[in-house]
Ligand binder design. Sequence first.
Ligand SMILES: [Zn+2]
Ligand SMILES: [Zn+2]
Length: 355
Amino acid sequence: MSQSQYPCAGCGANVEFAPGTNVLKCPYCGHETALESSGARIREHDYLNFTSLPRKPIAQLAKHVFVCRNCGAQTESDAISDRCRFCSAPVVAELNARDLVVPEAVLPFVLDKRQLRESLGKWAKSRWFAPSGLKKVTEAETAKSMYMPHWTYDSNTVTDYQGQRGEHYWVTETYTENGETKTRQVQKTRWYHASGTVARSFDDVLVTGTTKVTQKHLDSLEPWPLPNSQPYRPEYLAGHETLRYDVEPEHGLEAAKQKMVPVIEGDCRQDIGGDEQRVEQMHTQYNDVTFKLMLLPVWIACYLYAGKTYNIQVNGVTGEVAGERPYSAFKIAMAILTVLVVIAVIIGLYSIGKH
Ligand SMILES: [Zn+2]
Ligand SMILES: [Zn+2]
């Protein structure tokens, strides 16, 4: 297994990709090396072709053994890029497509530590009933910058559906109230059989490629500015940790279909028309499936509060924050007490007014 480290032209230390720039920067002497365009294009793989080839399950792949160019130490890791365990010099694995899918695209980090601190600060301030300790979240020093593997899928879908179209009509109903006979208009629905075919092309349906981070949190970091992605090159990973995917492309496709189904169902409803729709059956052909692996930038911060660790994730481009937060029992109790006092005062004033 080979690997890359990028020695600084100024001092020989290992340079790192600097968020929000297009340069590799030396953390020691500040020397910058511009990343020149490699001329590569982002391409998608043909899914059927890919799945017909023999392949080792990702879970059976050995860990990378990084040998640090800086200090000579070995670091064993299943990350694609990491830091040397001893001198923390950045190391990036050189991937070959024989063993695993090589990333096609990367969305480079834009948010640096200073901007991360701002995003966290805003987030902590806007949390209701957060304990004062939440302010500590803004200490971004221990935060880690990580690229998260994601799969994207394209497909031209054709769906045959069966369902029903509901049309509203009104009837006049007679009823009795306090011995009086009255009438009212009541809405009813008449149902008709409906069937048809809808087609939709999906582009870059995004699903996570790792089980190491809570899906719910990754989802709430969306949207990702995917048009800003760059063709994969290991330089973007230098100085940041990159998780290897552990969700196989086949499982990713199933997850992507779960995201496509509600959209297709919406198309069916549109096609059925009328005032209400029932979609009873959909049969979808997923044609021309292509996919790619891409890396998305996430800052991971965690903090300890009352003996419990909370994780926070921040979109490394937009600064969107997702994460767990503690509630302050004291602040909530005070708020409830305030509401009770206000109610008591209102009732008091009301009863005074009545006398
Ligand atoms: Zn240097
Ligand atoms: Zn080292």
